[in-house]
Design a protein around this ligand. Structure first.
Ligand SMILES: NC(=O)c1ccc[n+]([C@@H]2O[C@H](COP(=O)([O-])OP(=O)(O)OC[C@H]3O[C@@H](n4cnc5c(N)ncnc54)[C@H](O)[C@@H]3O)[C@@H](O)[C@H]2O)c1
Length: 445
């Protein structure tokens, strides 16, 4: 028998997990080790090396897996190098990223995914995720993708098509909606599904917070290669949370977690939504710094008429609250661990943080050759947030099916963007960015 290259034997491991997923054979970690010719190493790459990309890598390194970070990509080399430095300090044996496996620029992700690896972590601004996820799926990588998975309807559809590819290839897909991995939520939602509060008749979900960071134009001085002039695209990629095409607004970027819990509890996604919102005090009214809203309120309707009310806010000196509540025909629940009234319940088990737990679950599954795929609910929960945003921006009732089929594209031609391309949103002559105006905004054109 000719000796297999390392690449061939690693792909053998992927085939083994494929067989397990198809139910052809139960594959133990021992069988997988033999198949990988003595190596049980899980090699992974990180795309987007900011706070969460670095955090997810550390969470992966804290699992019991024999993991190794082998490649990174970030729009900015400085951020990629910072992440490697931080991780190498804490986990010296789990980082092997020489200079030629650090990829930069907007198309750098391809280089990192092409490196021989088993798992790709995607933690970039939402707009870029569909094309990066699609590329990783085409290359047969297992994927952990942070939420939200896109910023517009076209991106969600592209992501869903790629999820189909991952299913056909029996790839593992984890999505960073981490409440679904927290035992306190899992147990309480399970009790609700078993009828503990009766029929679900209404839901309330909240992400009301104080505000977010802003990175000034000077921040680019330390990020761009020597000699490169600061560009508008570089500025926006660094300040991605302030641009709708990049982040999808606060409802998509953060409030998605609570909307996801609501839909998980309800067991379906809404059929329509109406809403309202605006930008009362975003960056103290300075439209040269941001174009997203600072408050939204949505009324979602499910197929049986059940309502889910949602509040999203970024406003200092106001009521902060990040939570979900479910009203049933018998009583009420807080799905993070409490049922009130009849069938009262208080989760007494060990509460676990989702960021770490989701990686324990992912790495353990890979080690055991078990496949799960969270891609579909990642896409549909993202779309629920986009539906709410478009309802708030337009001040109209928007139907799920209409938006799914005809929702507009916020970043046409994104596959060919570079740090030099003009972004799809540009500042006006006064430096102010355009923003949606309720009653005038059209979600379809
Ligand atoms: N699940 C959670 O609780 C959770 C928490 C925080 C962040 N997130 C998600 O993680 C993602 C990143 O958030 P963050 O807080 O790490 O932000 P961040 O700004 O700290 O990091 C984003 C990184 O992506 C890089 N980047 C920008 N455009 C890129 C491109 N085209 N290609 C490659 N890299 C690019 C930036 O340079 C930056 O290093 C977001 O989607 C966010 O929603 C999830």
């Amino acid at each position: 028998m000719t000796k297999k290259t390392e690449k061939e034997s690693r792909r053998g491991f992927l085939k083994t997990t494929t067989a397990a997923a198809a139910g052809v054979a139960a594959v133990s970690s021992i069988a997988r080790t033999a198949n990988a010719q003595g190596s049980d190493e899980i090699r992974f790459a990180v795309i987007g090396c900011g706070g969460r990309g670095t955090g997810a890598a550390a969470n992966i390194m804290n699992t019991k897996g024999n993991v190794k970070l082998v490649a990174v990509a970030d729009a900015f080399g400085t951020k990629a190098k910072n992440a490697i430095r931080q991780l190498s300090k804490k986990y010296p044996d789990k980082v092997d990223v020489p200079e030629d496996r650090i990829f930069t620029g907007i198309d750098g992700f391809k280089g990192a995914i092409d490196v021989d690896c088993d798992l790709v972590v995607i933690a970039t601004p939402p707009a870029f995720k569909p094309m990066q996820f699609e590329y990783a799926a085409d290359k047969g990588r297992h994927i952990f993708c942070e939420k939200p998975v896109a910023s517009d309807a076209v991106g969600v559809r592209r992501f869903m098509d790629a999820v189909e590819v991952t299913k056909k290839k029996n790839l593992l897909v984890g999505i960073g909606l981490q409440r679904r991995h927290e035992p306190q939520y899992m147990e309480t939602v399970n009790r609700i599904h078993q009828g503990a509060i009766g029929d679900v008749i209404a839901l309330r979900v909240y992400w009301n917070g104080g505000g977010i960071w802003h990175r000034g134009r000077n921040a680019l001085n330390n990020l761009l290669p020597a000699g490169m002039e600061p560009t508008e695209m570089a500025y926006q990629c660094n300040n991605w949370y302030h641009f709708n095409w990049l982040c999808g607004d606060q409802i998509c970027e953060q409030h998605i977690h609570n909307l996801d819990v609501g839909c998980w509890v309800k067991g379906e996604y809404p059929v329509e939504c109406n809403g309202m919102g605006g930008r009362e005090r975003r960056m103290d009214g300075d439209a040269t710094k941001s174009q997203i809203f600072d408050h939204t309120f949505c009324e979602y309707t499910f197929s049986d008429g059940t309502k889910m009310w949602s509040q999203g806010r970024h406003l200092g000196n106001s009521w902060t609250n990040v939570s979900e509540y479910v009203h049933g025909s018998k009583s009420t629940a807080d799905p993070s661990g409490k049922i009130f009234g009849p069938n009262a319940y208080n989760f007494t088990g060990q509460r676990k943080g989702g960021h770490q737990q989701e990686q324990h679950d992912l790495i353990e599954a890979l080690m055991e050759g078990r496949i799960y795929n969270e891609g579909e609910y990642g896409a549909k929960s993202t779309f629920t947030a986009i539906l709410g945003r478009e309802a708030c921006y337009s001040a109209k009732v928007i139907k799920w099916d209409d938006l799914w089929k005809k929702g507009k594209e916020l970043a046409p031609g994104i596959d060919s963007y570079t740090l030099e391309t003009d972004p799809p949103t540009m500042p006006g002559p006064d430096g102010a960015y355009p923003h949606p105006v309720p009653g005038k905004y059209n979600p379809f054109a």
